[in-house]
Ligand binder design. Structure first.
Ligand SMILES: *Cc1c(COP(=O)(O)O)cnc(C)c1O
Length: 456
């Protein structure tokens, strides 16, 4: 196979700042070894998240100038509505300022005490919004989906058998909707197969439960289906996307992912009464139904991004570039969550640093070392993020200790990725020298954002 090249040329560039080892060590001390507390300007390659960090195209920037800022019925809204409708087929399209605002509206209307919402794996804001409404969020990943070393094509799938047993057990009346997250973000950016969507749909229909997609990475999911699922190799991405949405009654979306913009989202659905209630809530919390939480120019950029993300050269470059990063690290013996996901590589810090126990946060040690050696910012997804304390004050660790390298869309080139590979391998070669961390200050909730650390 030939080198995968970026399917674009660069029109506008933004310098990144090279720093010395001493400067990076100083930045770490000032940020108390928490990379969320290090200013972005001091980061060379920023792989903290793929959310809202994309580079927009020339056509998207041109759309920003064409944006219609009328309060009601703006031309940009209708373009946005057409773009979403064309892909999803849903009757009602409701713009929000980001994905979680769509979730807040949906679960305010359908959640509540005594209700249960199943998902292949809830993303953290989705879970938070379900639980904030008083309802319970339950995950049904497959067995292979939760094993970090199993290589399988669709590790994001819903365990349909478990789901059906659960519905029969608690009764369909308790379940206002079922969700499927594509790709499965918390499960490692792993895709969901069309067959699994169809089977989930069947179970839901049998029990009269509406099915919603958490559709943030719908295009990446569609590309995986094209590559991996029998019968889809020759189908255009748009067709695959349309088929995916045809099995659902609605969707929530963060445009900060596969709409390739820096801010935005939507709720889309078929049910007239539910849409009416959603718009009523939207007016209170986000804005008038033809702009939601967004400016007209944002709606233009989203509409354009939803077109561009279907380009197979773009998706090929995107998925291949992440896969290449995973392949090179695996070849060097670096333990990663297999197989590479759509938007990120997850380093397995438990295997990377087996001598550092979970209570000394091996993932954090690795995050710090990646920055110290190479100016790379990553994020710990392990006991810093999900650890809890027992009644005796000891740490109850997370199930996995991972470090996520999330790749922003269209921002970095192949040589940036090669540099990342070199730095990770350098950290791996020096892994015996790494020490654990202790937390010296932390807030009561979401501690990973602001906790302060100290090397052991
Ligand atoms: C990012 C994300 C969300 C939330 O979207 P925001 O725009 O960050 O509010 C919900 N679900 C999944 C799967 C996501 O990746």
């Amino acid at each position: 196979m030939k080198t995968i090249i970026e399917p674009f040329k660069i029109k506008s560039v933004e310098p990144i700042k090279f720093t010395t080892l001493g400067e990076r060590e100083d930045a770490l001390r000032r940020g108390s070894y928490n990379l969320f507390l290090v200013p972005a300007e001091e980061v060379l390659i920023d792989l903290l998240t793929d959310s809202g960090t994309a580079a927009m195209s020339a056509d998207q920037w041109a759309g920003m100038m064409r944006g219609d800022e009328s309060y009601a019925g703006a031309r940009s809204f209708y373009r946005f509505e057409r773009a979403v409708r064309d892909l999803t087929g849903f009757k009602h399209v409701i713009p929000t300022h980001q994905g979680r605002a769509a979730e807040k509206i949906l679960f305010s209307l359908l959640g509540g005490k005594g209700k249960i919402v199943p998902n292949n794996t809830h993303f953290d804001t989705t879970r938070a919004n379900v639980e904030f409404s008083g309802a319970e969020a339950v995950d049904f990943p497959t067995a292979e989906g939760t094993d970090p070393d199993t290589v399988a094509p669709f590790k994001g799938n819903m365990d349909v058998h478990e789901l059906e047993g659960f519905i029969e057990n608690v009764g369909a009346e308790a379940i206002p909707l079922c969700m499927v997250t594509i790709t499965n973000n918390s499960g490692g950016g792993q895709p969901v197969s069309m067959r699994n969507l169809r089977e989930t749909r069947e179970v839901c229909r049998k029990h009269g439960i509406p099915l919603f997609l958490d559709a943030c990475r719908f295009a990446e999911n569609a590309f995986f289906i094209k590559q991996r699922e029998p019968g889809y190799a020759h189908r255009p991405i748009r067709d695959i996307v349309q088929e995916m949405f045809s099995y659902a009654d609605g969707a929530t979306m963060s445009a900060k992912k596969d709409a390739i913009v820096n801010m935005g989202g939507f709720l889309a659905l078929n049910d007239d009464a539910l849409a009416q209630n959603a718009r009523n809530l939207l007016i209170v919390t986000e804005g008038f139904p033809t702009y939601g939480g967004l400016a007209g120019r944002d709606l233009e950029a989203i509409a354009q991004g939803l077109e561009e993300v279907l380009d197979e050269h773009y998706l090929q470059y995107r998925i291949r570039s992440v896969e290449y990063l995973g392949e090179q690290l695996t070849a060097a013996g670096v333990p990663i969550l297999q197989p590479p996901g759509g938007h990120a590589i997850y380093l397995n810090a438990k295997k990377f640093l087996p001598r550092i126990p979970p209570a000394q946060y091996p993932g954090q040690a690795l995050v710090v070392d990646l920055f110290r050696r190479g100016g790379i910012r990553s994020v710990e997804i392990g006991s810093v993020m999900f650890g809890k304390y027992g009644t005796d004050g000891s740490l109850i660790p997370a199930r996995m200790e991972l470090v996520r390298l999330a790749i922003p869309r269209r921002v970095y080139t192949q040589s940036h990725i090669d540099y990342v590979i070199e730095v990770v391998i350098e950290c791996f070669e020096h892994r015996e020298e790494l020490k654990g961390y202790r937390i010296i200050e932390e807030p009561p909730v979401l501690r990973h954002f602001t906790a302060r650390f100290e090397p052991m």
